[in-house]
Design a binder for this molecule. Structure first.
Ligand code: NAD
Length: 317
């Protein structure tokens, strides 16, 4: 496993040493390499992209505008795309960095990856959050909840109430409509809720295990249906955009896109979300190129720790 990050003095190497030193405790022999350069990705089967800068305060007390932040993150993404293209062009690429829909779109455009091999991680996490809130409200195990969130990864995402089931039964049998409306609103803002509690940084465990869910579905050819930001070419009446929809994940990556039957209100909400993604991607198309030679970026960052944790823990248990 490899981790790449530009952070000085050698953040990735430090992280990897920390992980490597835990391997005797887990009882697994795994080589973990951290570097500031992309060459360590040579031949990788999976690349998970978390490179980006958050919207934090500048020394003068001001915040960068959304446009400024997007421009910075696109430059980083262009470096990442060039790095993967050079060292791991056949890898499955799972992008986590925000703004999710714009970054995965840019990676695809710059990296020239096949549409079945590149996807954004948002739906697994957004659906998990929806499931968690429903389980809490219904007073039942999270294992009894089925739920899906569609659309872009932002305020317009669509938690699909009509597809939400508690032990196979309609969710409204367990949770009132007004509570569900609150839960769906909380789901849309769930990432921000964690960020505001932390003060700095963003959700860590839940995005990592969500990305792992996707990796495992592909690596073990599970044919598992999970929501991912997938490149649509006519499905859901969307062309050439990444939008969160359920897909079958197996050895070929995205093997099939699943159509969800929606109520008229849900269809309308999904259209609003798709239009928001379209608007951001139009901004991406207008943005200048920003790819210096492949040097560094943070890939496989947080998830790596949880990949280890899950692998070791599962084997030991
Ligand atoms: N999709 C999701 O559901 C989800 C969930 C959580 C976080 N995120 C996103 O994931 C991204 C990472 O979040 P984080 O909390 O780990 O942030 P972080 O700031 O801890 O990590 C980002 C890393 O990117 C690196 N970086 C910055 N500029 C770089 C450059 N030019 N080249 C290479 N690397 C560079 C930094 O060194 C840093 O270590 C953010 O965009 C965040 O919004 C998405």
């Amino acid at each position: 496993m490899a981790l790449v990050d530009v952070k000085k003095p050698d953040f990735a190497a430090g992280k990897c040493l920390d992980i490597a030193e835990a391997t005797p405790v887990y009882g697994r022999d795994v080589r973990v390499i951290g570097a500031k350069t992309y060459d360590v990705l040579e031949g990788a089967d999976f690349v998970i992209n978390t490179a980006g800068v958050p919207r934090s305060m500048r020394p003068d007390g001001t915040f960068p505008s959304r446009e400024e932040l997007l421009a910075i993150n696109l430059k980083i993404t262009d470096m990442v795309a060039a790095g993967i293209k050079k060292y791991a062009p056949d890898a499955f690429v799972i992008s986590i960095a925000n703004p999710l829909d714009a970054i995965v779109y840019r990676l695809f455009k710059k990296g020239g990856f096949k549409p079945n091999k590149i996807m954004g991680m948002a739906g697994v996490l957004d659906s998990a959050r929806y499931k968690y809130f429903v389980a809490q409200a219904a007073g039942v195990s999270v294992e009894n909840i089925e739920a899906v969130v569609l659309g872009g990864h932002g305020d317009t995402m669509v938690p699909v109430r009509s597809a939400c089931r508690v032990y196979g039964l309609p969710v409204e049998q367990f949770v009132t409509k007004s509570k569900l409306a609150k839960i769906e609103q909380r789901t849309r803002g769930a990432g921000g809720e964690v960020v505001s509690l932390l003060g700095s940084g963003s959700a860590f465990v839940s995005p990592a295990v969500s990305a792992l869910e996707m990796v495992e579905a592909i690596a073990f050819d599970k044919k598992k249906i999970v929501p991912v930001a997938a490149y649509l070419q006519g499905e859901y009446s969307v062309k050439n955009l990444f939008v969160g929809v359920p897909v079958v994940l197996g050895k070929d990556g995205i093997e099939k896109i699943i159509k969800v039957k929606l109520t008229p209100e849900e269809r309308k909400a999904l259209r609003v979300s798709i239009n928001a993604v379209k608007k951001t991607c139009a901004e991406v198309d207008k943005a200048k190129d920003g790819a210096p030679a492949p040097g560094s970026a943070r890939l496989f960052a947080r998830s790596i720790q949880f990949a280890f944790y899950r692998t070791f823990y599962t084997k030991r248990a």
